[in-house]
Design a protein around this ligand. Structure first.
Ligand code: FES
Length: 497
């Protein structure tokens, strides 16, 4: 019977992304049975995998670490009790396998003896015995030659000790639980919008049913789960981690309207300049009162009593404690002026949100095109990080359009991502003229940029397109994209003032 692996595990084993394997299945290069792939097929497709070499996987992991901030992807060993439970499970499997092997060896030895007896049973029986012996030795030798398959099993066992795989019902979404993460933390890192509230064991909103597999409580909680609920398999995702691969039945936000409006007070972690005009404002929420939002959404920030403004969150919901904002420091912008000159680390900022529907269509597997105008890059960055965490988009192409080169304040990050990830391309475009004027829009936006996109992607209807910018730029872009074959339902626009 072939050894079957789910796609997420298979991708980890060969150091690929899930989406790259999905493409190979789509192209017919790799067979799949009910979403599973055979270890033998995987080895045929990747004959040169070095099982001790994690370079490819680590390279992508490192670039993601750098991109999302080390605090998000701090890799550490699982909790020691979880590690002990996983090793005990593995030890049990090993003991059972040994016992089975011993049994088979005894059967093979017995068969050898029996064949020897048949050797003396006349010409016909002797020939049949010789043929049987030869077949048996060939099969045993073939088993010895499958070293690659054995290595795959060893590596798979190692990965199982380090990370447990989780499947959510009914959506079928999947994620891995690594390090000392709870199920909720791991799901958020995997880009999933599981239902939750306090993240701290108080509200019960993250309650979910464990359908199969073993979980373990790693954080205390005050919320009381009744005995009947416990018996039915219910547990808090913010207090438990996965010991083995598990299947859970849990609610997930599908739409922006599924996330409630929240009022949170966060403190200023840092304020840093980015280029000449931009400020990076980093807020951190309390551990037990985080902001639940979808990538691409906005929040209202209030400084003191009288200064407030709405901004897109530039960071990813996979790190719901650390919220980043890109603030344009232009003359006459009171909010930016206050942030630049008066706001200090440790001070409190009121956050109200999330708001807005500039979010990813997660039901679609079409390749993605992002077009960001100027400082509207912030929500697009959040969408890109989220799409990377989900690992479902076949490809992502970002066009970042600015008036002047100095405004490409995040280019190094984007170039590093494009170098590290095969499915992400970045094209910076410098207009050299003011895109907010009608003449500038016509000259550069319509005649230059949009034509360039269509030249590169003639079948626009194959893509989902996300555009963020000012109202006038969005209007111009929308008219042109729809006139060139992009269906209305595949265009999502986010207005940033
Ligand atoms: S999120 Fe509140 S108890 Fe888990």
């Amino acid at each position: 019977m072939p050894q079957l692996l789910n796609l997420s595990r298979a991708a980890r084993l060969v150091g690929e992304t899930r989406v790259a394997l999905q493409k190979k299945i789509k192209d017919g290069a790799l067979s799949s049975f009910d979403g599973l792939v055979a270890a033998e097929d995987l080895l045929r497709l990747y004959p040169d995998i070095q099982f001790e070499d994690n370079t490819a996987f680590e390279r992508v992991a490192q670039i993601k670490d750098r991109a999302f901030g080390k605090r998000v992807f701090e890799r550490s060993l699982p909790d020691k009790e979880v590690l002990a439970a996983r090793l005990t499970g593995l030890g049990k499997e090993l003991a059972e396998s040994r016992a089975t092997l011993k049994r088979y060896k005894a059967i093979v030895d017995g068969l050898e003896k029996q064949i020897k007896v048949w050797d003396n049973g006349g010409a016909e029986i002797g020939a049949a015995a010789a043929a049987l012996r030869m077949w048996m030795h060939q099969e045993l030798a073939a088993g010895d030659a499958q070293a690659g398959s054995a290595n795959l099993t060893i590596r798979d066992s190692f990965l199982r000790v380090m990370a447990a795989h989780v499947t959510i019902q009914p959506s079928g979404h999947e994620f891995f639980v690594e390090g000392a993460d709870t199920l909720l933390e791991a799901a958020l890192r995997g880009g999933l919008a599981l239902n939750y509230g306090c993240s701290n064991g108080n509200c019960g909103q993250c309650k979910a049913r464990v359908v199969s597999g073993q979980i373990m409580k790693v954080r205390p909680h005050d919320y009381v789960i009744s005995e009947a609920e416990k018996a039915a398999g219910y547990a808090l995702m913010c207090s438990n981690t996965a010991v083995t691969d598990v299947v859970i039945e849990a609610g997930e936000a599908q739409l922006a309207s599924d996330i409630p409006l929240q009022h949170i007070t966060a403190h200023v972690k840092s304020i840093e300049p980015m280029g000449d005009q931009m400020l990076l404002l980093h807020l951190q929420t309390p551990r037990n009162n985080r902001l639940r939002f979808l990538a691409g959404q906005n929040v209202m920030l209030q400084l003191g009593h009288s200064i407030s403004a709405e901004f897109p969150v530039a960071s990813c919901p996979c790190d719901d404690r650390n919220l980043q904002f890109h603030i344009r420091n232009t003359p006459g912008n009171h909010f930016a002026d206050y942030v630049a000159t008066q706001l200090k680390s440790g001070e409190m900022v009121a956050v109200e949100g999330p708001k807005g529907g500039f979010v990813l269509n997660e039901d679609s597997s079409r390749p993605l095109i992002f077009i960001a105008f100027g400082a509207s890059f912030a929500p697009v960055k959040s969408l890109i990080e989220h799409a990377m965490a989900l690992d479902t988009a076949e490809s992502m192409q970002l066009y970042w359009v600015v008036s002047h080169e100095a405004n490409l304040y995040f280019s190094n990050w984007l170039r590093a991502m494009a170098d590290a990830l095969d499915n992400f391309q970045y094209t910076p475009l410098v207009a050299g003229s003011d895109l907010e004027t009608a003449a500038g829009r016509q000259k550069y936006l319509i005649d230059g940029l949009l034509q360039q996109i269509v030249d590169q992607h003639p079948a626009l209807s194959d893509f989902d397109v996300y555009v963020a910018g000012s109202e006038s730029l969005l209007d111009a872009a929308k008219k042109w994209l729809l006139a060139h074959g992009l269906p209305d339902t595949q265009l999502t626009m986010g207005m940033v003032r």
